[in-house]
Write a protein that binds this ligand. Structure first.
Ligand SMILES: [Zn+2]
Length: 198
């Protein structure tokens, strides 16, 4: 089969996106609507990758539900979020999304990220005797805030960004850390925000 380099690049990106998503789904620990939604998002992105490959579409192409239906076992109607969320197909090369923030979080490997952040914050507390102050923020996990006992870095600078590239918001509520991701829309205070708890 003859392909243009551009189509080959787009296919590579789509394949990478699907692999990332598979990694996220494989790490799921919950049952119920979250896992079902994760599988649906994966089915949509798999369908997008196949549709794009057959039509030789590059990144940024916007397939419709009708375009994808033949590539989804059971058709488009079979992908329903059990939690009542609605799906955005999004462009080729981007991830499909659910309107419920937690579901996207899980799809993007969020449980794994959550565990890493929790470990980093706990190690900081063990070494320094307290959680990072609000004015120090998560930056205190990356570079030495001149605190006795600091033995970091506990995270890389990249790990201070959520899966959509927005820096996490860090708060200390009643001496307990609270980390928030702005979610797919990259805006704090909207419905798809994800609060990390542990
Ligand atoms: Zn959902």
């Amino acid at each position: 089969m003859k392909t243009t380099p551009f189509a080959a690049v787009a296919r590579g990106a789509a394949a990478a996106a699907v692999l990332l998503a598979l990694a996220g789904c494989a790490l799921r620990m919950h049952v119920g609507s979250q896992s079902a939604c994760c599988r649906n998002l994966q089915a949509i992105d798999n369908a997008k990758a196949r549709f794009a490959e057959e039509r030789r579409l590059g990144e940024g192409a916007m397939p419709s539900a009708r375009d994808l239906a033949p590539y989804i076992p059971g058709g488009w109607k079979s992908v329903r979020c059990a939690g009542g969320g609605t799906y955005s197909i999004n462009a080729v090369g981007q991830f499909a999304a659910c309107s419920i923030g937690r579901h996207n979080w899980e799809y993007r490997g969020g449980l794994h990220i959550e565990a890493r952040l929790a470990r980093a914050v706990q190690r900081f507390r063990t070494d320094c005797g307290a959680f990072p102050a609000e004015n120090q923020g998560l930056q205190a996990l990356v570079s030495d805030p001149a605190m006795p006992g600091w033995r970091g870095p506990y995270l890389t600078p990249e790990e201070l960004l959520d899966p959509w590239g927005t820096p996490y918001r860090y708060e200390l509520k009643r001496r307990a850390p609270r980390i928030v991701s702005a979610g797919v829309d990259k805006t704090f205070g909207s419905a798809d925000d994800v609060v990390l708890r542990w």
